[in-house]
Design a protein around this ligand. Sequence first.
Ligand code: AMP
Ligand code: TRP
Length: 338
Amino acid sequence: MTPQPQARVFSGIQPSGGLTLGNYLGALKRFAEQQGKVETIYCLVDLHAVTVWQEPEALRRQTRELAAGFIAAGVDPARSVLFVQSHVSAHAELGWLLMCVARLGWMNRMTQFKDKAGKNAEKASLGLYAYPALMAADILAYHATQVPVGEDQKQHVELTRDIAAKFNHDYGVDFFPLPQPVIEGAATRVMSLRDGTKKMSKSDPSDASRINLTDDADSIAQKIRKARTDAAPLPGSAEGLKDRPEARNLVNIYAALSGEPPDAVCARFEGQGFGVFKPALADVAVAQLEPITRRMTELMADPAELDRLLQAGADQADAIARPIVDETRRIMGMIPRR
Ligand code: AMP
Ligand code: TRP
């Protein structure tokens, strides 16, 4: 029997596009806040990204940009393990072993595959189908106990638990801990600036719908000024925003950026219109995001240094994952290579 594992956070983001304010508030900022409380391991999941077509040059650029985004948002490579998935072969290796544990019937229930493959599932890559088994390997290769993700990834973390439990049961071991999904809170769900019912997303065709972490101060202010709203003044408490998705979104963004509860933001702006609130929000957004954007630009200007940090992260990741994958092979009956 293995002893109760220590708390260890693992999460991954795909380098498949630019970063938005949603990624910052919903993921990166929270990832940074975990540091020092528990051991934190963050992975740029390029093996997941190539389950759909990626232009090689764009993938390289986006991977470095994502690394810069993590660091600029406060994920410190000296306090967290920050690395690229394809640099650590344990992921692909354990991914294969776990594909032999996962059942076809389980994979067939994955809603993200159905959404992403669409009507033309015959033309989807085999990797897109196997994607959740690789994600299970990411998590289990570190015996991670907590996995901060968005709601859409909850099913994949639950599948990870099923795979871990089946492995432990089939081989009569207590080897893989069952990880917990940690779902982003409602306050950090950032919605589109054009439609308060849709998530802010890098894949939205309208650039005005999102704030990119690479936007300069002028475009941030302009996007906020043009954000869709209603004509009513702000209520005295967040309760009054229930049926006003666009207004609620802007208040939530203000609250998340300034670190105040939404109620406090409402109380301060009670009775004011958006002519007053939007410029105040733009000020807070620019003040918070400008240093991040500046740091990202600096980091991107020195790709050799970024790569060096990522190599060091890969060495640390490898040192944790390698013995766990070796032990998995041993449990499964493969003779060790000496
Ligand atoms: P994605 O860009 O969808 O691959 O997501 C990467 C990470 O950012 C995940 O942890 C998501 O939950 C988070 N994220 C993406 N968009 C948003 C959003 N609009 N609001 C909050 N979190 C988000
Ligand atoms: N599938 C996740 C997403 O698209 C990214 C991911 C890959 C991940 N491996 C992971 C997230 C392991 C958490 C843990 O957002």
